[in-house]
Design a protein around this ligand. Structure first.
Ligand code: HEC
Length: 340
């Protein structure tokens, strides 16, 4: 071999050695961490984080990246042991398993195509959404060099996912606030109107007030806020107050007495649309029995008979569950941003 070839061989060898040597100076574990700020409620971000069935909607690992990817989910969402498995020509084969679910987020194990499992976490602390992953790279210096590239591309995917997560959770937060606030306002106004009118001592006039004010108020609030709301019961005075099916379904499952009945705030999906829904139970108390009790005064009976020939809303005792106030608001649609 001539001197020139020796020289080349030597410098290639030195360069390779240099790169490997550099690799050896890098850490054996790769820590990836990204965060964004969010105005969403932690209850709403966490609901997405801990339900792996929602991940294909908001993470960067979705059908835009791999059109033929297939997911399978096992275990209970929001519970340790809940698992997502995926297989796709581009995304490969992998699993995510929840290892803890807390008030502010989750931790999970990620296994990917025979690599050592990594430990990751997704949390909502204060106004920050933080995503971390600790990937063991092992001793191999080449892995450690590749790790730097992995850090950048996974970090980018984290940010995309966090932004989509925040946007969906923000829409939910706003919708739930709208439904809750409108219902509280409706309840407060009705209570005020009823109390004020009863004080006058003219109960039949209050019957008329209930008949005209309650439905008008519900309609006006729906028009101004976009929140549908009302009062409902399974024993109706006014058949128009039946409310939506989901309210009737809930009412039918409740006991006679109101004690321990709590109502709910939840999100339901119907035909691909998402709704924030609130139900607050209404118990019968002292003043209610004047118009909903077992014994009514003659003038109240007469006034009710005049307007409500099919009245079923009498015979209640103090402490009974009279019905519920309900509200519903359609969550504005959020189209995930995949192309950054
Ligand atoms: C002065 C009489 C009067 C009093 C007192 C009264 N209500 Fe009523 N209530 C009515 C009338 C009248 C209606 C029907 C209103 C309508 O046409 O929408 C009604 C309707 C309702 C409804 C809607 C479901 C249905 O049956 O149509 C609920 C729920 C309800 N009342 C609960 C209560 C509760 C709880 C109290 C006590 C805090 C109460 N009411 C006190 C007269 C009264």
């Amino acid at each position: 071999m001539n001197r020139a070839l020796w020289g080349i061989a030597l410098s290639v060898g030195l360069a390779a050695g240099g790169i490997l040597g550099f690799g050896l100076t890098l850490p054996q574990e790769l820590h990836i961490e990204r965060y964004i700020t969010t105005p969403a409620d932690v209850a709403q971000t966490r609901a997405y984080m801990s339900d792996l069935r929602t991940w294909p909607e908001w993470t960067a690992w979705n059908t835009e990246l791999d059109a033929d990817i297939q997911w399978t989910f096992t275990g209970e969402p929001h519970t340790v042991g809940h698992t997502m498995h995926w297989e796709g020509p581009i995304m490969g084969v992998g699993d995510i398993t929840l290892t803890s679910v807390d008030a502010d987020g989750i931790t999970y194990d990620l296994t990917f195509e025979g690599l050592k499992p990594s430990h990751a976490g997704l949390h909502h602390k204060g106004y920050q959404l933080i995503w971390t992953d600790d990937i063991p790279l092992g001793y191999n210096p080449l892995n450690r060099i590749i790790g730097r590239k992995v850090e950048m591309s996974v970090g980018e995917d984290f940010v995309k996912g966090l932004i989509n997560l925040s946007r969906s959770a923000e829409a939910d937060t706003v919708a739930m606030q709208a439904a809750t606030t409108a219902l509280a306002e409706f309840g407060g106004k009705l209570k005020g109107a009823l109390g004020g009118s009863l004080k006058s001592g003219d109960t039949p006039a209050t019957v008329d007030m209930c008949r005209t004010v309650a439905p008008a108020l519900a309609e006006q609030m729906t028009t101004t806020s976009g929140v549908s709301l009302g009062r409902a019961s399974i024993r109706l005075r006014n058949p128009k107050n039946a409310g939506p099916d989901w309210v009737q379904a809930w009412l039918k499952k409740q006991p006679v007495k109101a004690e321990g009945v709590t109502g709910f705030k939840r999100f339901d999906s119907v035909d691909g649309k998402r709704y924030a829904r609130v139900v607050k139970p209404l118990a019968v108390d002292g003043p209610c029995v004047q118009c909903h009790g077992a014994e009514l005064s003659d003038d109240v009976s007469a006034r009710l008979a005049e307007h409500y020939p099919e009245d079923q809303a009498t015979g209640y005792a103090v402490g009974d569950l009279r019905g519920a106030m309900w509200s519903e608001y359609a969550v504005p649609e959020v189209v995930p941003l995949n192309h950054f």
